[in-house]
Design a protein around this ligand. Structure first.
Ligand SMILES: [Zn+2]
Ligand SMILES: [Zn+2]
Ligand SMILES: [Zn+2]
Length: 147
């Protein structure tokens, strides 16, 4: 999502795109790999831009609630990756290196139907993450299993 689009999303939701929020967003868009709030803090500090960790946390939570970033929780580490897909989508996370790939398909209509059948709920939304091992981590994992 480019800055123009970002401005539009914020305008639509009647949110203000403050300077810190914009800087944090840009920080994420400069890299393809997921970043922790502390990494964003340090990288901004290097550019002589001091933004408090709390406000970085809050901005990232806001971006997440808007579906713009994906939050990767791995034990006690939390990282965020910018979403390239703008519509509803899912992610697969490598359990070894933490790489994330976005999935541009979603086919859980059968599952939704089952949920409705068993609970009577009308399903309106869902969140679902996949976890596994990426191509470069997969052979290593297989090796260590065989040992
Ligand atoms: Zn995404
Ligand atoms: Zn991996
Ligand atoms: Zn889905």
């Amino acid at each position: 999502m480019n800055i123009g689009l970002l401005r539009n999303v914020f305008k639509e939701k009647k949110l203000s795109l403050s300077h810190p929020r914009l800087l944090i967003y840009q920080e994420l868009s400069h890299t393809l790999s997921p970043l922790s709030p502390l990494e964003i803090f340090q990288s901004l500090l290097k550019k002589k831009k001091k933004i408090g960790l709390t406000s970085i946390y809050r901005s990232l939570e806001l971006f997440e609630s808007l579906g713009m970033v994906f939050k990767i929780v791995n034990g006690s580490s939390v990282k965020y990756k910018l979403c390239e897909l703008e519509n509803h989508h899912h992610h697969i996370v490598c359990k070894a290196c933490g790489n994330v790939v976005e999935l541009n398909f979603c086919d859980i209509s059968d599952w939704s139907k089952k949920v409705t059948e068993s609970t009577g709920y009308q399903v309106v939304d869902h969140e679902l993450n996949f976890y596994g091992f990426c191509q470069s981590c997969k052979p290593l994992q297989t090796l260590s299993h065989n040992r």
